[in-house]
Design a protein. Structure first.
Length: 133
């Protein structure tokens, strides 16, 4: 149920937010960043997401997707790199990364560049699923 999920999400966000950031484990920091993006605002989530994505060898691909989306919303092309990282790391994020990055590329750089983005994403998907092109 949506209300219950929202209530629990907000409660968990409040619980994690009440602790000093330095005391949170990376998994908790990631959870808080995702919750802030969903229940507060992307601006509130951005500094937390930045901390998560800067961790060496991390596997928090949802954080990479969210951070990339925020950067693109700020017209920062670096967001594409984070979307690419997320798509390469988690097959479940490829569709969303394709959509977000493709819309940005079309808006900022035109149809041909957007088409190139889509093709790059499809190659990632093919590699992940083991399909031959």
């Amino acid at each position: 149920n949506y209300r219950l999920r929202t209530k629990r999400g907000r409660e968990r966000m409040a619980q994690l937010s009440s602790q000093p950031i330095e005391s949170l484990r990376i998994e908790e920091l990631h959870e808080l960043a995702v919750l802030k993006d969903e229940f507060d605002s992307p601006a509130a989530a951005k500094p937390l997401l930045e901390l998560v994505v800067r961790q060496p060898r991390n596997s928090f691909y949802k954080a990479a997707l969210l951070y990339g989306r925020i950067l693109l919303d700020e017209d920062n092309d670096r967001g594409l790199d984070y979307l690419m990282q997320a798509a390469r790391g988690d097959i479940n994020l490829v569709e969303e990364c394709t959509r977000i990055g493709g819309n940005y590329q079309f808006r900022k750089h035109g149809e041909e560049i957007a088409e190139n983005w889509w093709e790059d994403m499809m190659r990632i998907l093919e590699r992940q699923t083991g399909e031959a092109s």
